[in-house]
Write a protein that binds this ligand. Structure first.
Ligand SMILES: Cc1cc2nc3c(=O)[nH]c(=O)nc-3n(C[C@H](O)[C@H](O)[C@H](O)COP(=O)(O)OP(=O)(O)OC[C@H]3O[C@@H](n4cnc5c(N)ncnc54)[C@H](O)[C@@H]3O)c2cc1C
Length: 408
């Protein structure tokens, strides 16, 4: 699907109007949106075919609304595994059942599906970018062994491990080092042809186990497990999950097998240690950072895709069209993106949710003990209301959701 805009002639002396370094979800979606508006875009990524890497594996809530708004929900939903009803457990018993559309999809499938939507105005180059130069009028990107590309605007979407930003004098601040650990693996049922439920979330028992939640859901023709914990990488539990994931889950989450069915883990456990970082000194000529390259998110909070979708919507639909209307991309134009109130609210929400999940899971102070009690009691009460009056429960859930959306 392309927008039908035809590209304008390129300004003299430039290879392209916009060069995007990094073709993960942020860079690919930005390329689609800008290409659809008729800009000449060059998208560069290390990988021609996206490898299987452990990142977001389900899309839900505001992410679905935003994907719909940018016209890409249909292609996502054609490739993903939809599911709605989730059984939620805590302390071995039912907490509640939630009904909300989710799409399970591996990250390589997600980005690959989006790359198939790149319009003709976007040129994709497989290669590793080794150096960058940015200034007001002309940006230079050097691809190792393949020469240079020049452009009017440089978009850096190189993800959380980015070091290229240093070429531009951009630093990053650690908001929280070793914020959380995430594990991902595939399950198959044992002693039955399928699991008892399509999707299940099991919340940790208490502050001592450091487990935020285990999420089981369909993706890519299998049942996927994502486990989010607030533990140090050298913790014995972390080693146990890597080496004997089934035993570690069964020992720490009583009632899991009884509710979901017995299982075996069918592949190697992937794990990821996340630091929360924010780019600093980035209001500079010629270049803009988006997605994880600008700010990372705690996987347990599930805000990474919400953040990057806000970045690309605001950048591509609002700021870039204004910037390209007059010569030069000076720091004052770039600053307008970082100062955008919609972006700032989303970034702040991402940081706040990262703190919230961590404190809700492991803070043993009195205030958080009380908050935890209230948080889970509210859900149990709502579940009871749901049993007696599903309509009233639906209204209360809608109110709660609209409160959370207002915060973003
Ligand atoms: C384990 C895990 C679980 C997560 N779960 C969730 C979740 O449930 N919900 C949620 O919303 N978010 C989640 N997230 C966050 C989400 O996955 C990220 O926010 C999102 O993937 C960031 O996309 P990005 O395009 O900014 O970065 P990336 O996906 O990291 O893409 C960066 C791209 O840049 C390319 N690149 C880097 N350097 C170069 C170079 N020098 N030259 C060329 N190319 C380069 C890389 O090849 C890569 O393709 C999770 C993250 C992790 C790690």
């Amino acid at each position: 699907m392309t927008a039908g805009h035809s590209p304008r002639p390129l300004p003299a002396g430039l290879d392209t109007e916009i060069v995007i370094v990094g073709g993960g979800l942020s860079g690919t979606l930005a390329a689609i949106l800008l290409g659809r508006r008729g800009y000449h875009v060059t998208l560069i990524d290390r990988h021609e075919i996206v490898p299987r890497e452990f990142r977001v594996e389900k899309i839900a809530g505001d992410q679905i609304d935003k994907m719909r708004r940018i016209g890409l929900l249909e292609s996502l939903s054609a490739k993903a595994s939809p599911f709605s009803e989730i059984i939620n457990l805590r302390k071995g018993r039912l907490l509640d059942r939630t009904r909300e559309l989710h799409y399970g999809i591996f990250y390589d499938d997600l980005v690959g599906t989006m790359r198939a939507e790149l319009p003709k105005t976007v040129q994709f180059i497989a290669g590793r970018v080794g150096a960058l130069e940015a200034n007001r009028d002309r940006q230079r990107v050097s691809i190792v062994g393949q020469g240079d590309i020049t452009a009017q605007l440089l978009v850096l979407a190189t993800g959380m491990g980015d070091i290229l930003r240093r070429d531009l004098g951009i630093d990053r601040r650690f908001v929280h080092r070793r914020q959380s650990m995430t594990f991902g693996f595939n399950l198959k049922p044992v002693g039955a042809s399928s699991f008892a439920h399509q999707a299940l979330t099991y919340y940790g028992e208490g502050t001592s186990d450091g487990i935020d939640y285990l999420s089981l859901f369909p993706a890519g023709g299998t049942t996927r497990a994502n486990l989010f914990v607030f533990r140090e990488p050298d913790d014995p539990f972390v080693k146990a999950v890597r080496e004997r994931p089934r035993d570690a889950l069964v020992r720490n989450l009583p009632g899991l097998v009884e509710t979901f069915g017995d299982f075996e883990v069918t592949d190697r456990v992937s794990s990821w240690l996340t630091d929360i970082t924010v780019a600093e000194n980035c209001k500079r000529d010629g270049a803009v950072l988006i997605g994880d390259a600008y700010q990372t998110s705690c996987p347990a909070a599930g805000t990474g895709v919400s953040r990057l979708l806000t970045d690309i919507e605001r950048l591509c639909m609002f700021h870039v069209p204004q910037w390209m209307g007059s010569p030069g991309i000076g720091a004052e134009k770039i600053a307008a993106f970082y100062n955008d109130p919609v972006k700032q609210a989303m970034d702040a929400y991402g940081l706040q949710q990262a703190d919230f999940r961590r404190s809700l899971t492991i803070d043993s102070g009195l205030r958080w003990q009380a908050r935890r009690q209230v948080h889970f009691s509210k859900r149990r009460i709502l579940n009871e209301i749901d049993r007696i009056s599903p309509n009233l429960a639906a209204v209360l859930r809608r109110l709660k959701r609209s409160g959370a959306e207002a915060a973003t």
